[in-house]
Design a protein around this ligand. Sequence first.
Ligand SMILES: [Zn+2]
Length: 224
Amino acid sequence: MGASASGKSADGDRRIGRRALVVGSLAAAAGTAALARDELARLWWRVPGVEKPRKPGEVDYAGARWLAASDANWRRADRPDDYRIDMVVVHVTQGDLDSAVKAFQDPGHRAATHYIVGQDGRVTQMIRELDVAYHAGNRDYNERSIGIEHEGFVDRPEDFTDAMYESSARLTARICARYDIPVDREHIIGHVEVPGTDHTDPGPHWDWDRYMKLVRRARTAAQA
Ligand SMILES: [Zn+2]
């Protein structure tokens, strides 16, 4: 979200044609018995349209609580197989956690992020990382990114608590590890840096140096 939330998503669906095409060609290949059985099984999961199993309430980040966003605020996908994930977008809610949750559950909001980090450090997941959340106001960036909201206001630096920075940094480090995303400011960006956006979050009080240091530390710790 951000200071001038316009709620635009501009995100249709062009995947059906591509899905049908890929599934069709795989079926043809299988028909010629050209693929060994184990190779077919492996490839099967790489085919957009053949979705990975999902369990209700399942989260991508251990310890997150699950609260489903309205399905009007995201698009079903099968990332990273159909779209590569190479970016994390940092947002600020411009409201408290409950109001952000309510907005994301509202089909009329037309926007939501995958995660919200509270001032107490608690992580709420509302959209699966598999899926494309409407949060960046830019279709390409939505398709390639994970969006994380932070509870607070851009003009209140005291809203960005130690617990929030640390928890969010661990979450981002985990996402970077999972999708092999470099930990740098090319790949971990603010909503304000998305091309074409009219949003200002996370704003001038978000401490990027501190945040990136914490992400790097968490990423290194995870590797050890
Ligand atoms: Zn935002």
